[in-house]
Design a protein around this ligand. Structure first.
Ligand code: LLP
Length: 415
């Protein structure tokens, strides 16, 4: 569900016309709907009812500080994977005590920063990382809260690049080894083992891999109890999918209700780390047609947005709907086109073989469901300044990140 809709054939974000935004902010730009983000976050929150929980929004999906600020106001926790993400959370008013820190390659300075800020938990992904955290915590005279991220070898049935819980993936600790580390908890004098963690993949469209994972986690918890350790929380990670076109993922409520049912005997606080399910459908990439070009084999629509702005189509072969900002009633003459950007690579496309109304230079298009892993994965490739970001709330909009300038491109470089 989202608040992008047509009014008299013009596409609106909430009560603001995207044609108006294109005129005032120029293109390409990302446009986010605040009401959609809030609605999705609350859908998770509400589903827990009275069960102890923390929804840790996964910052990597969209790390704009205006978005983090509005989630912090809704009492969100945050899932981070770098010192930079922790910095963003703190800048936006998020509470470090609600932050969990995931990732296979945490650096000493990042661990130190997180320890100094008293984060809620480190999701630890290897025994060497556990040693490093123990050593750094000792030096800072602290006890580091830790949950081990296990790799359960379960197939999330998603794109291979975003599957993370299979034994051939770099993520997590094999179950046997994790149990052994919990068993020897007394060796880690500056670690407080507070939880158990898992994240098996992203854009999951079925609950069965998640429920299978929970069964494995329950077995581990029972073992851990026998070592005289009592944990405080269990973390299921993120991964709930969204509709990019006709997919029908489980709702947050279906997901949380079935997870809670499986976990109820354990009496642990449940943490989750959704990213895409909160912001994915809440954003679009607004782009303008520069030229149309008919070649013997194909018709191309060349737009001002490109793979540096939105890499998902070319990196994962991801399909994202493309809607014209002005919808003509005479949609009879649909043509099949590739929507491509100005970058010098044939992989620079936003959509292939799309049936769209005839398009002309100056027409605007919305690449839908671009709120997650859109701007956050963008780059300056081809020395293209990164796009502006706009946050809409009701009938108002604000530029929550200005478009980069040429000067921004060379900031930090020397002659
Ligand atoms: N927690 C951990 C430890 C993660 O690695 C991720 C995502 C999440 C939570 C949030 O997952 P979500 O709820 O958003 O599925 N760039 C890819 C997605 C990469 C996901 C990486 N990890 C894409 O555009 O599809």
């Amino acid at each position: 569900m989202h608040y992008f809709h047509y009014k008299k054939n013009t596409l609106f974000c909430e009560e603001v016309s995207l044609a108006h935004i294109a005129e005032h902010v120029k293109t390409p730009c990302y446009v986010y709907s605040q009401a959609t983000i809030e609605r999705h976050f609350k859908a998770f929150q509400k589903s827990f009812q009275n069960s102890p929980h923390l929804v840790c929004y996964s910052v990597k999906a969209n790390s704009n500080i205006s978005i983090l600020k509005l989630l912090a106001k809704l009492e969100a926790g945050f899932d981070i994977v770098s010192g930079g993400e922790l910095f963003r959370v703190i800048k936006s008013g998020g509470d470090p005590k609600k932050v969990v820190f995931s990732g296979v390659g945490k650096k000493d300075e990042e661990i130190r920063y997180a320890l100094q800020k008293n984060i809620l938990c480190f999701n630890v992904e290897s025994s060497q990382e556990l040693d490093a955290i123990n050593t750094l915590a000792r030096k800072l005279r602290k006890k580091a809260p830790v949950s081990l991220r296990v790799n359960p070898n379960i197939n999330p049935k998603t794109h291979p690049y975003i599957a993370t819980g299979l034994k051939e993936n770099k993520f997590g600790i094999p179950i046997r080894e994790a149990i052994d580390l919990y068993k020897h908890h007394k060796n880690y004098t500056h670690i407080h083992f507070t939880g158990l963690d898992c994240h098996i993949g992203s854009q999951m469209l079925s609950l069965s891999p998640i429920l299978e994972t929970i069964k494995e986690l329950k077995k581990i918890i029972l073992k851990i109890k026998s070592f005289g350790l009592s944990l405080e929380h269990i973390n299921l990670g993120g991964g709930l999918g969204i509709p990019y076109t006709h997919e029908e993922p489980p709702s947050p409520q279906q997901y949380i209700t079935s997870a809670l049912k499986e976990l109820k005997d354990l009496k642990l606080k449940l943490l989750i780390e959704p990213g895409r399910a909160i912001v994915g459908n809440a954003g679009i990439l607004l782009t303008k047609v520069l030229y149309t070009k008919n070649m013997p084999q194909k018709n191309f629509v060349i737009v001002d947005g490109a793979m540096n702005d939105l890499i998902r189509p070319t990196l994962y072969g991801a399909y994202q709907d493309i809607w014209p900002v002005q919808r003509s009633l005479a949609s009879l003459g649909m043509t099949s086109v590739d929507i491509v950007g100005p970058i010098c690579e044939s992989g620079d496309f936003l959509g292939k073989n799309r049936k769209l109304i005839p398009l002309h230079p100056g027409d605007c298009l919305a690449i839908m469901s671009a709120g997650a892993y859109g701007f956050s994965m963008s780059s300056n490739y081809n020395s293209r300044p990164r796009a502006a970001e706009v946050l809409v709330s009701g009938g108002k909009f604000k530029i929550c990140r200005r478009r980069e300038s040429f000067e921004d491109l060379i900031r930090g470089e020397t002659l």
